[in-house]
Design a protein around this ligand. Sequence first.
Ligand SMILES: Cc1cc2nc3c(=O)[nH]c(=O)nc-3n(C[C@H](O)[C@H](O)[C@H](O)COP(=O)(O)OP(=O)(O)OC[C@H]3O[C@@H](n4cnc5c(N)ncnc54)[C@H](O)[C@@H]3O)c2cc1C
Length: 411
Amino acid sequence: MFTPTRAAALEALADFIPRAGSQYARDRNIDAGPGRDNVSSLSPYLRHRLLTEREVVAAVLEQHRLSSCEKFVQEVMWRNYWKGWLEQNPEVWMRYRRDVDELAQAGETESTAYRDAVTGHSGIDAMDAWARELIETGYLHNHTRMWFASIWIFTLGLPWQLGADFFYRHLLDGDAASNTLSWRWVAGLQTVGKTYLASQSNISRFTEGRFSPEGLATTARALVEDPLPARSALAPPEPSPGGRQWGLLLHEEDLDGPSLLAEHPLVGASGHASTPVTVPVAVAGFARADDRSPLGASEVVREFTRSALLDGVGRAQSPVPREQPRVLADTFSSTVLEWAASEKVDSIVVPFAPVGPVRERIDTLRAVVASEGVTLTTPQRRWDTLAWPHASRGFFPFRERIPKLLAQQGL
Ligand SMILES: Cc1cc2nc3c(=O)[nH]c(=O)nc-3n(C[C@H](O)[C@H](O)[C@H](O)COP(=O)(O)OP(=O)(O)OC[C@H]3O[C@@H](n4cnc5c(N)ncnc54)[C@H](O)[C@@H]3O)c2cc1C
């Protein structure tokens, strides 16, 4: 269903644009099953930035007035909102990671109820079909994700963290912020006390009668947790490096090097700001989809992520592509240092990575390269820099800012 290249992503975008207006607003909650075209299915591309949010919104606004494609634009902005919120509440991510580790170590992933749910043998026909669809395709419709999470937590009584982990390991668009915080939202942890309860009638209506599961929980009592610490301040954007031989190190959070570098023109070896260089002397990439979970990622996710990375590295090497895009994998930090030394790179530019496994890798790498005298900078997209400060409360105040944020982006 999803070819991991920017060319395929652009084709999918062009195909969807005519449907992004009132048709999307009216039909987006229906899940007619694989082959559906009432939603964009762009999330695997957006998540890895084979397409950027900015260009998707810009392309849609070229053909629709904001008043008619507002719903679609808001959905794209949800992604941005969740990332900005997690960035300011990293403790939520750390607790989630710790909980998954502890549950796996305690043998919860070996329990019969868990095994049945993740192999499509729960006995609830809808859940079983969705588990198989997720495993085979790496994608589920948004409404289906909500039903699945609700039934997992309130009917099957399984830990929400293991459901989130199951999604994260199998979704091509698996995203630390959108996934963890959406599961928390269903469980009543994110909007404290407010849960999402899946019902037979709602599922039957929005699957157009494909499923009508019986015996679902009829109440959904919100889960509780220890109070969260106060919000963390967002890191201030870093200045661009200058006057150096710099290399670009891409990763699965942002695979559109050319548009990122266009936003952050780097000062060339001459050191003159008037001669910005947007072509690095060397480009490499790293992808470790297995970092998503102690149980690793699915083969479908591993393959998609790796191929998307190859595509991203290949495009960033232009106009002088190498025969083989360079992907660094094994002993990560030392491999990066070897690459930097062999390419005579003394400054590494890495796209900013939000809270999640890639950030964890980069934090380790930052300390290692600094001790070898190599600088590492992580330029952030203006799209994120402008929006994240407004993601400190609920989505509704954030939503009010959307027209202004678009205007700041020239849209
Ligand atoms: C329990 C649960 C887990 C989820 N896990 C993820 C995840 O790991 N990664 C992920 O990208 N999305 C996640 N979502 C959000 C949403 O389900 C998917 O983004 C959407 O289904 C992708 O399909 P689409 O591209 O056809 O979306 P469309 O309806 O066409 O929307 C366009 C784009 O907007 C963004 N978007 C839409 N809805 C949401 C949303 N509710 N939250 C955040 N972004 C949104 C996506 O980037 C999407 O591609 C999750 C939702 C739930 C309820």
